[in-house]
Design a binder for this molecule. Structure first.
Ligand SMILES: [Zn+2]
Length: 424
């Protein structure tokens, strides 16, 4: 179902023209209201259009963090008076201290609108019962929950952290769809045979890899359901992107609110959003008020799809390959943890869905072989040569030397929210 057909099927060049019209006042707003951007853009052309946005500097998360202090926990990019802020989220902050995301009423409204388009793309609609596992708590994902009311589904929030409660709700309330992280979706299929459950759609988000073909096939087999994914980024908005039933990448549900670019993660140089292009996603708010961001580096590494989608939605789609922060470089070769899991998933019933990479050295650069622990499937014993076959396929497909250790089912850590594919 397309929630807003007039918006979501608008020809992409018309969308870009509207975005360009929104960008100029947004840039003026930043220069007038944001001490952070006034300083950062001091030497820039204030009339610069969206078609030349790449001439403006990128914004790093670390810069935003440095611009905060005890006097201003929101940072020097806050643009509104305190009374205009109606909600404050935190990012989970892998680096320790959380950062705060303030929103005006209009910002929140736009977040919910974009998020509702993204989740509706997966096919959930009025009359469906949707069970979600996100906590409404401090994190931006909580705002996505409002999207389910907007779509008009019957929302069953069970929250995170209690698989037993979730499985009972599955049995008794017979939801049509569930919303959870891909690793948790995989974990639940180990606890219970879910192929006969009422669930026809599994909506995954919160971490990369839910779109990788072999891993997705395992989830679809385990749940007897279609799997689609969604993706947001704390500082910009929740579930900005959502995949439709065609299952060929995520559409920009937040179109009109956010402008997307692709850059070379090494140099920051801009890359064209052409079919098959890969790079780091860079996002710019177009109509944001509380603390808008310009050319924000998301650290999400994506592949772009631009062929027309049969659903009728227009614009580029993306598939997330991984977070730049999780990437390892083994003797010059980039290795995404989700790609290692994807190779392992192709080994079928003998191995489980759990994989952990244990880098020997601190930091990004690693010497081969890369230690990879792979769980066997419940009840399975390793056949001779299995570890070697996995090692060989990792070498063939990812061009990296790995050391594969097979471990019993259940021996790697489990998470009811996001999983860790890399352990140090
Ligand atoms: Zn589509």
């Amino acid at each position: 179902m397309i929630l807003e057909p007039a918006v979501e099927t608008r020809p992409w060049d018309e969308q870009l023209a509207l975005d360009a019209a929104a960008f100029l006042p947004q840039l003026t707003y930043l220069l007038e209201r944001s001490p952070f951007y006034r300083r950062k853009l001091a030497d820039c052309d204030a009339d610069l259009g969206l078609d030349r946005i790449y001439e403006l500097p990128l914004t790093e998360k670390s810069e935003l963090r440095e611009a905060t202090g005890p006097e201003n926990p929101f940072g020097a990019h806050l643009c509104v008076a305190p009374a205009e802020v109606v909600r404050i989220y935190s990012t989970s902050g892998t680096t320790g201290t959380p950062s705060y995301i303030p929103l005006t009423a209009a910002d929140l409204e736009n977040w919910v609108t974009g998020s509702a388009r993204s989740y509706a793309a997966s096919g959930v609609a009025h009359g469906d019962r949707v069970l979600t596992t996100y906590d409404a708590g401090p994190f931006v994902a909580g705002a996505a929950l409002d999207a389910f009311a907007r779509i008009g589904v019957c929302h069953v929030p069970v929250g995170a952290g209690n698989s037993e409660r979730l499985l009972v709700a599955l049995e008794q309330l017979r939801p049509d769809a569930v919303v959870l992280t891909p690793s948790y979706a995989a974990h639940l299929t180990e606890l219970r045979d879910l192929r006969g459950s009422s669930v026809r759609r599994v909506l995954v988000a919160g971490e990369p890899g839910g779109g990788e073909p072999a891993f997705r096939a395992r989830l679809e087999e385990g749940w007897g359901a279609h799997v689609t994914e969604a993706m947001g980024i704390g500082d910009i908005g929740p579930s900005l992107w959502g995949e439709c039933e065609v299952q060929d990448g995520m559409h920009l549900g937040a179109r009109g609110f956010v402008h997307a670019e692709l850059v070379d993660p090494e140099t920051g140089g801009v890359r064209e959003l052409s079919d098959g292009a890969e790079g780091e996603l860079v996002l710019t708010h177009l109509r944001h008020r509380a603390a808008p961001l310009l050319r924000f580096r998301t650290r999400d590494h994506v592949r772009v799809h631009t062929k027309p989608c049969a659903c009728g939605r227009t614009g580029p789609r993306v598939r997330c390959l991984g977070r730049t922060d999780d990437m390892l470089i083994v003797r010059g070769v980039n290795v995404w943890p989700a790609a290692v899991r994807e190779v392992v998933a192709s080994f079928g019933p003998e191995v489980g869905a759990h994989v952990v990479i244990r880098p020997a050295a601190p930091g990004v650069k690693q010497e081969p072989p890369l230690p990879v622990a792979v769980e066997l499937a419940p009840g399975a014993t390793a056949s001779p040569g299995l570890a070697d076959a996995i090692r060989q396929r990792i070498r063939d497909l990812l061009v990296v030397q790995a050391k594969v250790e097979l471990v019993p089912s259940g021996s790697l850590g489990r998470s009811e929210y996001k999983s860790r594919l890399v352990e140090r």
